[in-house]
Design a protein around this ligand. Structure first.
Ligand SMILES: [Fe+2]
Length: 326
């Protein structure tokens, strides 16, 4: 009897405990993102078309002070907050890459939150984004979720797939002997250092800053940066009738939450981004891929009698992206 007992007891314990431990382990490693939707190839293609249709591509003209003539018409596509995972799967990423490449940009800027919680999505997201194509390159900064998951690992994976990660540094972009500067900082809550990123940039040079968190705006304005591209807020993500945005309702966070704005001579564009957090839904705040066309500020002023930096920007679809969640 004792022999039978020792054989049966461990097997019973294994049967009951294993699924629990497996579930717990998977949750710790990646939460619900670990689980596949299990869709067929056909279903994935349909979903990809559906996702593609759900992303707004908005074109904006931005007038920048000191923009060299060679950069007139320079086109930047801005991607942010992809949050690759269960609720933003590979076929959705493929749709984003496809839409972006169709715009034939000069530069692609990706402002962080590549993943949400799971390390398992680091290599897949980097590999998919490796398919992005832009004449002057693809550049990125990291978001708060990237730091929680593993900033070093994400930066290495992106770099391996041809995406330059600007971690408190800048690069010069050249066209015919003329140049503008592109700077990028780590997330504001995790060692952002704008002074270091801007070291060596000459005064008065046209500069674009990539920062996941738009709260960098005060410091950017102090340093005279021309344009900041940010994400992080998801534009509020869920906008309910009468109530408005569900997330980020504090007074401080209502400003610089969505679309174009300016502080002093510094313009900022906060994209609604593409993926989701907390809840896997967007409501009244669709995903967005903004597409900027740079022009010298003087050109925009000639066409517009508003204040210089309000006039610095013009959206081809003004209702699509601004004030939607305020
Ligand atoms: Fe995000």
């Amino acid at each position: 009897m004792s022999y039978v007992h020792t054989l049966i007891q461990p097997r019973r314990r294994q049967t009951l405990a294993e699924p629990w431990h497996r579930l717990k382990g998977r949750w710790r490693n990646g939460g619900v993102e670990e689980y596949s939707l299990g869709q067929s190839h056909g279903m994935r293609q349909l979903r990809r078309l559906h996702l593609r249709a759900g992303i707004e591509v908005n074109e904006h003209q931005i007038g920048l002070e000191g923009l060299p003539e060679a950069f007139r018409g320079f086109r930047i596509v801005h991607l942010t907050d992809l949050h690759h995972g269960l609720y933003f799967p590979a076929e959705a990423l493929a749709a984003v890459v496809e839409l972006t490449n169709e715009l034939e940009p000069d530069l692609i800027a990706v402002t962080g939150d590549f993943v949400t919680r799971s390390r398992n999505y680091i290599e897949p997201v980097a590999q998919m984004l490796g398919g992005l194509r832009a004449r002057s390159g693809v550049f990125a900064v990291l978001g708060n979720h990237d730091f929680r998951v593993g900033d070093g690992e994400i930066a290495r994976a992106l770099d391996h797939h041809g995406i330059q990660v600007l971690r408190n540094r800048h690069v010069k972009l050249r066209r015919n002997d003329q140049k503008i500067y592109l700077a990028g900082v780590d997330d504001l809550l995790y060692r952002a250092d704008l002074r270091r990123a801007m070291r060596g940039v000459p005064d008065g040079a046209a500069t674009v800053l990539l920062s996941h968190n738009p709260a960098i705006i005060d410091e950017a304005a102090d340093m005279g940066i021309n344009l900041v591209l940010s994400g992080h807020t998801h534009g509020g993500q869920v906008k309910l009738p009468l109530i408005g945005c569900v997330y980020g309702r504090s007074e401080r966070r209502m400003r610089f939450k969505i679309g174009h704005d300016s502080l002093g001579s510094t313009q900022i564009y906060v994209s609604r981004g593409i993926g989701t957090v907390v809840l896997p839904v967007r409501y009244g705040c669709p995903s967005e891929i903004p597409h900027f066309v740079l022009e010298p500020l003087q050109d925009r002023l000639r066409e517009d009698s508003r204040s210089p930096y309000a006039a610095g920007w013009q959206s081809a679809r003004p209702h699509a992206s601004t004030l939607a969640c305020r």
